[in-house]
Design a protein around this ligand. Sequence first.
Ligand code: ADP
Ligand code: MG
Length: 878
Amino acid sequence: MAKYTPMIQQYLQIKAQYEDAFLFFRLGDFYEMFFEDAKRASQELEITLTSRDGGGQERIPMCGVPYHSAENYIQQLLAKGYKIAICEQTEDPKQAKGVVKREVVQLITPGTVMNGSLIEEKENNYIASISDFKDGSFGFALCDLTTGEGRVTLLTGEWQDVLQEFAAAQAKECILEPGLDDTYKKDLTERFQVTLSYEENSTMTDGLKPLVEKLEQEKLTITFGRLINYLLRTQQRSLEHLQAAEYYQPEAFMKLDIHSKRNLELVETIRTKGRNGSLLWLLDKTVTAMGGRLLKHWIERPLLDCEVITVRHHVVETFIEQFFEREEIRELLKGVYDLERLAGKVAFGNVNGRDLIQLKKSLQQLPIIIETVKKLNNPYCTRLAEAIDPCEPLAALLERGLKEEAPLSVKEGNMIRDGFNEQLDQYRDASRNGKTWIAQLELQEKQSTGIKSLKIGYNKVFGYYIEVTKANLHLLPEGRYERKQTLTNAERYITPELKEKETLILEAEEKIVDLEYELFMQIREEVKTYIQSLQEIAKKVSELDVLQSFATISEEQQYVKPQFSKREIQIISGRHAVVEKVMDRQLYVANDVYMNEERELLLITGPNMSGKSTYMRQLALTAIMAQIGCFVPAEEAVLPVFDQVFTRIGAADDLVGGQSTFMVEMLETKHALSKATQNSLILLDEIGRGTSTYDGMALAQAIIEYIHEKIGCKTLFSTHYHELTALEKELNQLKNVHVKAVEENGQVVFLHKVHDGAADKSYGIHVAKLADLPDQLIDRAQEILIQFENGKQELSPVPHIQTEESNRKEDTIEKDASQTAEEPAQLSLFEAEDKSVKKKYSSQEEQLRKALLDINLLDMTPLDAMNTLYELQKKVKK
Ligand code: ADP
Ligand code: MG
């Protein structure tokens, strides 16, 4: 290392502590990167790679970004999951002896970024932390540095459960203990776009104890402590906005695993991964950023406690009934700024005058909001409103202190109001008086010289000057003015008095700017003492906002208040909330769902595109909407509180594209079957499609039987295996329903209407026709279908699927009985269809059978065998 220049040595020393980050090394007006960092950054950021002499034999690769536009480059690197260590000069270069001192002042990472394009208004930016206690328990903590929220839980299950929680939070970064198992790390990086970081220190210093005082378990404290220590270490400032960690129990909420969330498109769609077209998109009528974030939180965590849900329903009802108050509250809420993030900015020290003006306006809205909410006369709303502290002293301070139109920068003055500070007023007077004097001077000079175009101007280099155009120069008296600058058309002059005034004005202005900054900092410190109150306001306001959002969408889409039952589902004229919104409302066909103890499992058949998948998801979405406290799309809805919802889609139907193999389909199904309880809702959409027909059908049947016998929860199972409809006779709680389609002039018309009973026909070919495949092809498919339908009789059916009448009344699954029942059933069915074909086929079969049995294999040469086979084949071909 000695061979390098002192500065490069300094660089290398610092870089060694930030191996996994880009080191932005401040050099004058640039952040420079060297060595490998430079090579990688030049590629990632598409900036020029240069080199410099660093004292060694070879030149050192280097690239840099200007200090003032660094933000943009930092955001680009963060978006790609990188970390950036900001290394500043920490002493004045002019005072420095030797190399200027430099230190890393902040490590910016995907999970700690505070502003810029990566922070979405209506999304949280979570950073997570996982601890493995090696006793079958894992600690899991989350924090959003922008809002200060913190949550922590202890998971006492499998690693899979940890991944589940992690996926739900969509955290961008995860803090681990250095010794965490490598397979776990791999799981995290392979499945999610996540940056991994490490922190050894998990002990909370005394100052931070308040953050964890609500936590009873030491394991929780350790997990949250590690996260906080990482934040403090990397951000290097006191993070006063961090809120006390809240303990949560995943069991308190409806369990929705990653697959179900994705399949139901709760917060993003499968195709575009965007918000548009998701349930969140539909329900989002919130008007504040805080409300938007809370809504997402609620959608991902439907409640289980009937009482709490009912309170929400009641509020929604109140908001619907009192339209005018609701509209007024909506309007008022629009004026409430993102107080949570503002609190974060205040703590972080990057709040500006405009932010504080918005804060003031938000606070000023609060008293009216509180009054209006109380007018609703809903006990829960009143409690929320009464819990809002409008922070009047703070609002008053901001009103007195800050000008309405504050600049973006806090270092240019022009923020503080007149009358707020005496000293400031005096400086301003001095500056104003000076300027008035100059204005008067201009007037005097014009009169005394008679030059109408004479003017007094100001620029940064020469200060104040008197400007006279060249054409008028002859009118100037000799010796009174001192020439300072010559322009093409004019000359600029100064006088001693002008300079004197100038000094006064400039001094005053400098003092003004300094004092304003100081006063602003004082105000900011004062705001800091309100951080907790602001966060409390944010909680109440966001809740009001989500509830009004539920009411607004419920009214717009004519939803009804759901009722809860123990085990019964009765939905009259139910709709799929998102599909009906996207398509013409009039065209959507409403459907009933009726399920109870005799109808636990519905087997849904019907042609492709008839609406099976939609019908199933409709139920799941309705249940979720009900349990988050929203009204539901139906004329009447009674349903139980589901503890979990599972949605699985057969591989062939999976839109995720390439990702879903049959193995994945089975793994997902396994997960659902092993986790579901009697109180769960399972949707299995064409499970078994990912493999060959009989294989798939056998699996599908076994899955249905398993649910029916072992789980006994509400289940919708759609299938294109018509054979499965025979199960109705054996499984007491299984009922067939089908989505109807009718044929009109050889065309299929989908009615999207669900009826009891099994569908009678698969309309695949008709769908192909609708899709305008060539006529010739369609005709040929018809032909082949007929052949298949005839030939099918000879294939061995799946065990205990029966078509026979006599078995219908039997309650138990009698495997032997079902197998012996098969043959006559097949025959009778067949004979009814085509006796002649059957006869011809069976006599030929007899002959073949005989010939095959007659062959004495041991007496044959391979050539004999070939010949015999050839003969047999010839017979069949005839
Ligand atoms: P399947 O699963 O039976 O193949 P889908 O549920 O995917 O059918 O529905 C196919 C299309 O039919 C949907 O994209 C939707 O546009 C339409 N559809 C489904 N259900 C209804 C309904 N109840 N009313 C109107 N259109 C519907
Ligand atoms: Mg489908």
